[in-house]
Design a binder for this molecule. Structure first.
Ligand SMILES: [Zn+2]
Ligand SMILES: [Zn+2]
Length: 337
């Protein structure tokens, strides 16, 4: 089968590789759609932290935001999965340790992450193998584009839940990328007043069109009480600014990752009585995100700028914009197209 392989920093392409076989407890999925994200770009540039910590190594096969149809089941897997449209959890815990047994498999020390960590091949390929326990069924109402946005949706939904919004709460989302805009839409669907901070005028206009009550550059952000601030940027200066912006006694949620340390003065945290929460991965938010898409409360379709073939992935990861791309932040791939 065809798969996208990164051989080293700046070196990647489509290769012919052996098709996966469903091992015990696993299924094989025919991949319908895959999203490209900042993690994939960092693997392509060589900046991704896991490369330097020994959790990932070249050559690697990325792709962790995917959906498709189960085409084979391994030993011990319920045969009813066969033919079902699915997406799945990126985070594959060992299943045995204290964290896994306590519902925290997404931070298991021995975890693998599909297309990211521990050498588990990703979904930028015609097929991907997935443990059946990680599958999430997709209803027909969730099409290919939305299905491949369930994983980022899970991340964004966890961030919004960590913000503990109530109807009428005022939320500030820093960063109008895919996670930031999804968080803004989920929060608006819950009745929050949502403001978005960004730099690019096109992204800010999109945020407004998707339902944000305000979209601002950092320089013109109105001074008003924000009941929660979500940092969905990769800017090392934003974690401190988020803490400055939040109302005392409220919550700051950190889901963005910068390429270097992002200093925060804990005196600001203490003296404002602020709760700070870090979010890694979408695991506990996947099913909620499917429900919000399926019910039509949130339509993630406008986030997708273009859908390309495997041959174009290297160009996109290198920073290229596909011809005719819309203004959304997400480029998706049809690996069988
Ligand atoms: Zn991603
Ligand atoms: Zn574990």
């Amino acid at each position: 089968m065809r798969a996208f392989v990164i051989d080293g920093p700046g070196r990647a392409g489509v290769r012919e590789v052996p098709a996966p076989v469903a091992g015990p407890g696993q299924v094989v999925v025919d991949v319908e759609r895959v999203g490209l994200c900042g993690t994939d770009v960092e693997f392509f540039t060589g900046e991704m932290a896991y490369l330097h910590q020994g959790h990932a190594a070249y050559p690697l096969r990325p792709g962790h935001e995917w959906c498709g149809t189960v085409s084979a089941t391994g030993e011990g897997v319920d045969g009813r999965w066969l033919g079902r449209r699915v997406t799945g959890d990126t985070m594959l815990g060992c299943g045995r340790c204290r964290r896994c047994r306590g519902g925290r498999h997404h931070v298991c020390g021995d975890r693998r992450e599909i297309g990211i960590r521990g050498g588990w091949p990703g979904a930028l390929a015609e097929q991907v193998a997935v443990p059946a326990g990680a599958l999430v069924a997709l209803p027909d109402a969730v099409g290919p584009a939305a299905g491949a946005l369930v994983e980022p949706g899970g991340n964004a939904l966890r961030a919004v839940e960590a913000a503990r919004l109530e109807p009428g709460s005022r939320l500030l989302v820093w960063g109008p990328g895919t996670i930031g805009l999804l968080a803004a839409m989920f929060a608006a669907a819950r009745g929050a007043e949502v403001h978005v901070v960004g730099q690019d005028p096109g992204s800010l206009a999109l945020a407004r069109d998707l339902g944000a009550d305000g979209a601002w550059t950092a320089g013109d952000l109105p001074e008003q009480p924000y009941d929660a601030v979500i940092d969905a940027t990769n800017d090392p200066g934003v974690p401190r600014r988020a803490l400055e912006a939040v109302e005392p006694g409220r919550r700051v949620v950190y889901i963005g990752l910068a390429g270097r340390a992002s200093p925060v003065d804990t005196r600001d945290l203490v003296l404002k009585d602020v709760t700070a929460v870090g979010i890694l991965g979408g695991s506990a938010g996947l099913r909620g995100s499917v429900e919000l898409y399926a019910s039509g409360q949130v339509d993630p379709g406008p986030l997708v700028a273009a859908t390309v073939g495997l041959d174009q992935v290297a160009g996109v990861l290198a920073g290229g914009r596909p011809a005719g791309a819309g203004r959304g932040p997400k480029v998706q791939v049809d690996p069988r197209g």
